[in-house]
Design a protein around this ligand. Structure first.
Ligand SMILES: NC(=O)c1ccc[n+]([C@@H]2O[C@H](COP(=O)([O-])OP(=O)(O)OC[C@H]3O[C@@H](n4cnc5c(N)ncnc54)[C@H](O)[C@@H]3O)[C@@H](O)[C@H]2O)c1
Length: 306
């Protein structure tokens, strides 16, 4: 039996729950939120859809003890309204989400949950690391969505420019899920052809792409006050990779021994969470960007620790 826990039933949590229930991806779902009225309403609304679906999901709410035998826990608690504007805005939630972790970590611990944790709350790398430390959880069993979302935005930007579908663009955005993230262009291929090869014949400006990717979420955020569909899709794909032991190669926020922080880097996702990290060649400039990103994350993690 497949069982997923979801803490935080705001824009992102509700979208993940809707996806899991309507696609029949989890047999049991446990939904938890500080806002009791909201989580009850989401439970009722989702249950109202069951009569039109080909699968059934048992939806439980507000019970941390139900996490004991859950396979996966997705954390989407937070306060999106605390986010500032621009690509750096995610840092606006830092102090609120520190309190969220202080509230939920002891309850997760007490539940006896020992599955895989996928953390989404922002700032994503910092909060994933802080949660890991507060739970004293095995590092391979907790990771953040990190630059998996930025990579999808890169696939969109590049795909649209070349007139191919996003799925036909591969490669990695790396670093902080924030203003200092960057695309490792040597990894990017369009229909299997390195973008570096196509760059000149197609008159491509990688700096313009980079800016569009970095600001990818800003227009969405400014338009509706939150972002939900893309990140929820990322989280569900990662959860399915864990359930099916897919050994999915993708960038997520994983712990780096070199930088001592959680940071967006290529990893293999399977039933044990982070099965391994993939070492890819970075240019000297990219190494510097990675280090700069790690420094930003570490500084914020330090403020969380004190
Ligand atoms: N990593 C990413 O790529 C990415 C993308 C989008 C959003 N996010 C982040 O995901 C989080 C959720 O976004 P959202 O738009 O759903 O926010 P939201 O404000 O709509 O929802 C947050 C929910 O968390 C609940 N909550 C707050 N404190 C809680 C606690 N202690 N225990 C349980 N629930 C609690 C709130 O009641 C609310 O329902 C935010 O931190 C946001 O910045 C991350």
């Amino acid at each position: 039996m497949r069982k997923i826990g979801l803490i935080g039933m705001g824009n992102v949590g509700a979208t993940i729950a809707y996806t899991l229930v309507t696609k029949g991806l989890s047999d049991e779902l446990v939904m938890i939120d500080k806002n009791e009225k909201k989580v009850v309403a989401e439970q009722l609304d989702l249950q109202d859809s069951l009569g039109r679906l080909d699968s059934n999901t048992t939806i439980k709410i507000q019970d941390y003890s139900e996490l004991k035998d859950a396979d996966i826990l997705i954390i989407t608690a937070g306060k999106v309204a605390a986010m500032g504007s621009g690509a750096d805005g995610r840092m606006g939630e830092l102090s609120f989400n520190k309190m969220v972790v202080a509230d939920m970590a002891p309850q997760i611990k007490a539940s006896g949950f020992n599955g895989i944790i996928i953390s989404i709350m922002n700032p994503c790398d910092c909060m994933t690391q802080y949660l890991q430390e507060q739970l004293d959880y095995p590092r391979n069993k907790i990771f953040g969505t990190g630059t998996f979302l930025d990579t999808a935005r890169m696939q969109k930007v590049v795909g649209q420019s070349f007139g191919v579908s996003a799925n036909n663009v591969s490669g990695y955005a790396l670093g902080e899920h924030g203003a200092s993230q960057f695309t490792a262009w040597l990894t990017v291929q369009v229909n299997g052809v390195p973008i570096r090869t196509l760059q000149h014949s197609h008159n491509v400006d990688l700096d313009k792409f980079e800016e569009a990717i970095r600001l990818g979420g800003v227009m969405v955020f400014e338009g509706k006050g939150y972002t939900n569909f893309a990140v929820a899709t990322c989280a569900v794909k990662l959860a399915m990779a864990v359930f099916s032991d897919a050994k999915l190669a993708c960038p997520v926020s994983a712990y780096s021994d070199a930088y001592k922080v959680y940071i967006g880097q290529p990893a293999i996702i399977g039933k044990n969470g982070i099965e391994s990290l993939t070492q890819i060649a970075l240019t000297a400039d990219e190494e510097q960007k990675m280090k700069a990103s790690a420094d930003i994350i570490l500084e914020k993690v330090e403020t969380l620790r004190h």
